[in-house]
Write a protein that binds this ligand. Structure first.
Ligand code: MLT
Length: 337
């Protein structure tokens, strides 16, 4: 009898330790620069959804590092390449490592968010993701949304490109944005996202450019008086995973991670769309002067910024220049649908 009890206890201990070893023994660290909450932060929403699905359907533990906890986007991409942070959600910074991704930021390319979604979720998005995987070791699991970017400033209302003359704009530390602002006659200053509020408060720059939701969520409307809804770029979010880590996961976990990221990307788009509408009425109520450009005003911005950026990008891309044509074909066919 004593032997039987010892056997049962030993079996229980072994079973328990095997169970403990399997449970939550793989961790995904997921980082981004936006707020943590899902209701008004597009990357926050994507992170929360991803964690929820992956933790419920696998034994993987997901730790979230929102709000620049692990640094700005350049830092996050580096950590993802090194494998110390397994999943990162980043916007424009990806193009610095994977130059073909620059084409997404050619100004005034996308006429609406659904056109951008069709392009990114279709053949073009797959081609671009495959290319960036080869160049960076980072797999694009899905595309989320930072959204259409607009200029704000604290000096004067901007209605035409001539109003931009001499204004100093903070741009993301991404060369294409420097070229775009120069082409519009203004002065670009690349500054990290984490330093933007300080640069606006101290007057190092007069303005900046971001989607309406980002302006509101980060209280930038309290530092900026004027906004023009020119929507110069549709900024996509890349939901990226270190590919070596991904390939080592069991097939069924890989499938869950990939599906969770797709749903997270869709969620980020929905939150960003909701945010844009909601934030616009709030920033106006709170005193910001917002100008919606006429078709002729928009055409004036487009005719200055687009050719200049494309000329610059052709030099950057060199032999890869057909990425511009591929994107334009994809946009034309998505717009015709
Ligand atoms: C930036 O301007 O640096 C980005 O748009 C910040 C963000 O991704 O929310």
């Amino acid at each position: 009898m004593r032997g039987l009890i010892q056997f049962i206890v030993a079996t229980m201990i072994v079973t328990l330790s095997i169970g403990m070893a399997q449970a939550r023994d793989v961790t995904i660290r997921l980082a981004h620069v936006d707020g943590a909450e899902w209701q008004n932060s597009k990357k926050g929403a994507a992170g929360v959804i991803f964690k929820n699905i992956v933790e419920n359907e696998t034994d993987i533990n997901v730790q979230l590092f929102p709000a620049k906890a692990l640094g700005d986007e350049d830092d996050l991409i580096q950590q993802a390449q090194e494998g110390t942070t397994q999943v990162v959600i980043v916007s424009g910074a990806m193009s610095k490592l994977c130059k073909p991704a620059y084409v997404l930021d050619i100004p005034y390319t996308f006429t609406s968010a659904p056109v951008a979604w069709d392009v990114l979720d279709g053949e073009f998005g797959t081609l671009l993701a495959d290319e960036c995987l080869k160049r960076t070791g980072l797999r694009t699991l899905a595309f989320g949304e930072t959204g259409f970017r607009n200029f704000t400033n604290n000096v004067r209302a901007v209605q035409t490109p001539s109003d931009m003359k001499g204004l100093k704009f903070r741009v993301q530390p991404i060369p294409l944005y420097i070229e775009m602002v120069k082409a519009l006659g203004a002065e670009p200053t690349p500054i990290a996202w984490s330093e933007l509020p300080n640069a606006l408060t101290t007057g190092v720059v007069d303005g900046q450019e971001n989607p309406v939701g980002t302006v509101y969520n980060n209280n930038l409307h309290k530092l900026q008086k004027y906004m023009i809804l020119d929507g110069h770029n549709y900024a996509a979010d890349f939901i990226l995973i270190n590919d070596e880590f991904y390939e080592l996961l069991p097939a069924q976990d890989r499938a869950v991670v990939a599906r969770a990221a797709r749903i997270a990307g869709t969620m980020s788009r929905a939150i960003q769309q909701f945010n844009t509408a909601d934030s616009l009425s709030t920033v106006i109520k709170e005193g910001m002067q917002v100008h919606t450009p006429s078709a002729a005003e928009l055409a004036a911005f487009r005719s200055l910024a687009r050719p200049a950026v494309k000329a610059w990008l052709k030099d950057e891309l060199g032999d890869d220049v057909d990425w511009i044509a591929k994107l334009e074909q994809a946009v034309a066919s998505a717009s015709a649908d």
